[in-house]
Design a binder for this molecule. Sequence first.
Ligand SMILES: Nc1ncnc2c1ncn2[C@@H]1O[C@H](COP(=O)(O)OP(=O)(O)O)[C@@H](O)[C@H]1O
Ligand SMILES: Cc1ncsc1CCOP(=O)(O)O
Ligand SMILES: [Mg+2]
Length: 280
Amino acid sequence: MSSLDADRGITLDDALTAVADAQPLVNSVTNDVTINDVANITLHWGGLPVMSDDEREVGDMVAIADGCLLNMGTVSESGEETMLTAGMAANDHGVPLVVDPVGVGATPTRTRVADRLVTDLDVDVLNGNYGEISALVGEHAEVRGVESIGEYAEIAATAVECARQTGAVVVASGETDIVATEAAAFEVQAGHSMMGEVVGTGCMLGVTLTVFAAALDDPLDGALAGTVAYGLAGELAADGAFGDYHGPASYRISFLDAAAGLAGAETPALSGRIERIEVR
Ligand SMILES: Nc1ncnc2c1ncn2[C@@H]1O[C@H](COP(=O)(O)OP(=O)(O)O)[C@@H](O)[C@H]1O
Ligand SMILES: Cc1ncsc1CCOP(=O)(O)O
Ligand SMILES: [Mg+2]
């Protein structure tokens, strides 16, 4: 199977095998809306989910974990402090840290919490939709609730700027996903429009990135592999490879099955799906 990136020589099969071998324990401090899907897709990829979010134990749980996700979808005042406790434990113990700044830009509170997370913590991977990533770097963005509204013609440059400001690998999700570091940007053509019809596909992407970042040594490899694997699962589900569906609710089930079955499935060729792009 073709390499995820010619310079790095890692294939999707390598990544899927690394996840299966590592069986990473991933602690997700995440929102109440999609927490069960986040837990299940962690398991479906080959990871071990735990959703510890109590201030008295979260630091200890993250210390023994292989990856940590902070998703601020329904973050409360106490939850904000717990996220900092978890994130600092990840940093102290060298545990890969992924942040999903859900709804940043929609309200001043969300913007403040997101800024605090990316400022006070050393984040390995950041994932958000186009609006969230644009809001995070202070550019014009329309985030309605948690949905990205409007057009973002310069999203690749914005993602690179976000990587520069935060030091993280940035995944800006949408019809075309952008994976960016401060020095490089990749367009990833994988996924299906049905994924945009299901609440939780951004949250599940965040924990997918955490699983792959935990299993691979380099956050960029983890972000590229996780983004590609996730999109391919979306395509296979949409193609009916994991059962017929009749709308977004049944599609969601097929999608979860596709994530669980991707390693054993005949996946579409990757050639041309991942393109390194020039960003000034
Ligand atoms: N129209 C689309 N075509 C292909 N993939 C999509 C589309 N909309 C969303 N996705 C995929 O669904 C996942 C969630 O993306 P997005 O909807 O941007 O996140 P969020 O749910 O946080 O707003 C990503 O993997 C993205 O690639
Ligand atoms: C609707 C909603 N409200 C707070 S968190 C959440 C789920 C967001 O999920 P995603 O970012 O995957 O769309
Ligand atoms: Mg989201």
